[in-house]
Design a protein around this ligand. Structure first.
Ligand SMILES: Cc1cc2nc3c(=O)[nH]c(=O)nc-3n(C[C@H](O)[C@H](O)[C@H](O)COP(=O)(O)OP(=O)(O)OC[C@H]3O[C@@H](n4cnc5c(N)ncnc54)[C@H](O)[C@@H]3O)c2cc1C
Length: 429
């Protein structure tokens, strides 16, 4: 008897036009989808990776990210998922230890480092609950534009299907370092960093109640980041040059050498991992800042701004910029997009400067404390800015009401002839 394989068809978008289509559905994309959907916009977020999948990233959250998750009502679900609350950070400068307890408050009871399988899933779940649509396991192959070059939508190609065009008032690139949206929209490079560090990490059991630990000795660094399932993420960080020279052949051995040089106790902790534990390695990418938005498109998260992971700030940047971009899109005015650009660039430039000052490994231990204090001052300014802002919402409209926002006038008016029947021009231009 022949065996029949029943193949489920790929999911289909509910509409052909959205207020916003977001390429990427992780911390930048799912957060933006959440905030736009809560304001009543019709949003679709597309990711080529599966729902709830892991990605190449450690996941220590800094104060701004925890504050935002708390204000969005997602800290509770993250804690319920078994993410431990971290109450202090210990810096190890050589043999010297400095422990800094977190100044807790109602919206910031502690720090957290949820696995990406937990954080990204909870963001997607919350956005879905607010009405956002998601398509996972599906890649955006291209963007399309009108005759004046304004981005009008995306093309997706699902296995066994023809090209599907979806139009949108705005296409958001939340598609990470290799951003297709940045490439296709010719986003200008505003800054290009020169230094990069490599990070090699794996997981090992840790006692409950552990702090964040950051370790530094001349030319090397490491960290211990308590996370879900009674595990800590243990990272060895070195300049990319050193990685190329010493790590290529045997990541595991080179990582243990670095951890042992930083602290025998840290190496011993890493040694508690099962022998077959899989390590992840990132060779390093110099930081960059790209144009924040253009006609019919915007970038958020790593798609627009990357800084070395050594300061564990990428997820905080993604969440902050998601909130700021959502505010701009909901408002729709050129002024609101200008505010997004300015706010993103203000913080991105400071984060990039202070991160590169650490990722360059050109410090001595005596100078490093001062560099950390400069970075911490930026975090403090971010927390103050975020705490002082209302969450994105349409003026005076309850979230359940149908969206009547102005389509993002970001930058240029669509021509009267723009678009075929595919386009619904919400600007009335
Ligand atoms: C080794 C390492 C360690 C890190 N550690 C930390 C840390 O401790 N703390 C911290 O805050 N940050 C850390 N970061 C940074 C953090 O991972 C990023 O800043 C964050 O993931 C950016 O989120 P994002 O949503 O912008 O992009 P991503 O997380 O990269 O997500 C982009 C998504 O877009 C999807 N995509 C791309 N192209 C397409 C397409 N054409 N069609 C459909 N989908 C597409 C991808 O599948 C992906 O899922 C680390 C990064 C690295 C590399």
């Amino acid at each position: 008897m022949p065996i029949t394989t029943i193949r489920s068809l790929p999911p289909t978008p509910k509409r052909t036009h959205y207020d916003a289509v977001i390429v990427g559905a992780r911390c930048a994309g799912a957060s933006t989808a959440l905030l736009l959907a809560r304001a009543g916009l019709k949003v679709l977020s597309i990711d080529r990776r599966p729902y709830g999948s892991d990605t190449l990233s450690t996941h220590a959250l800094m104060r701004p990210a925890v504050l935002q998750l708390s204000r969005w009502g997602l800290l509770e679900p993250l804690l319920r998922a078994g993410t431990p609350l971290i109450e202090a950070t210990t810096f190890h400068y050589g043999d010297e230890e400095i422990t800094i307890p977190l100044k807790a408050g109602p919206d910031l009871p502690g720090l957290i480092a949820p696995r990406r399988t937990v954080l990204d899933r909870i963001l997607v779940d919350a956005a879905r609950k607010a009405g956002a649509e998601f398509l996972h396991d599906m890649a955006v192959a291209d963007l399309f534009a009108d005759v004046r070059g304004r981005v009008r939508g995306v093309e997706i190609r699902a296995a066994g299907r023809d090209v599907l065009q979806l139009s949108a008032d705005i296409v958001i690139g939340a598609d990470g370092i290799g951003s297709l949206v940045a490439k296709r929209s010719n986003a200008r490079a505003l800054r290009q960093g020169t230094v990069s560090a490599a990070h090699v990490y794996g997981y090992a059991p840790v006692e409950p109640g552990a702090d964040y630990h950051w370790y530094f000795r001349d030319g090397i660094a490491g960290s211990l980041i308590p996370t879900n399932d009674g595990l800590a993420c243990i990272v060895a960080s070195v300049p990319t040059r050193l990685f190329d020279e010493h790590f290529r052949r045997d990541h595991g051995r080179a990582r243990m050498e670095v951890l042992g040089a930083l602290s025998p106790a840290l190496a011993e902790q890493a040694g508690r991992a099962p022998k077959d534990v899989r390590l992840q390695a990132f060779r390093g990418v110099p930081g960059y800042l790209r144009q924040a938005h253009g006609p019919g498109w915007a970038l958020v998260g790593d798609a627009g701004f990357f800084r070395d992971p050594i300061t564990s700030h990428g997820i905080s940047d993604a969440l902050r910029d998601a909130e700021s971009l959502a505010r701009a899109i909901i408002d729709g005015s050129p002024l609101a997009f200008e505010a997004y650009r300015q706010e993103r660039n203000l913080f991105a430039n400071q984060i990039l400067d202070t991160t590169d000052a650490i990722a360059g490994f050109d410090w001595t231990l005596a100078k490093l404390g001062e560099r950390h204090r400069r970075f911490s001052a930026v975090l403090k300014a971010e927390v103050q800015m975020l705490a002082g802002q209302a969450l994105p919402a349409r003026r005076g409209a309850p979230p359940s009401q149908a969206a009547t926002y102005r389509a993002p006038a970001n930058q240029d008016k669509a021509p009267a002839t723009a678009g075929s029947s595919l386009y619904r021009n919400r600007t009335g231009a």
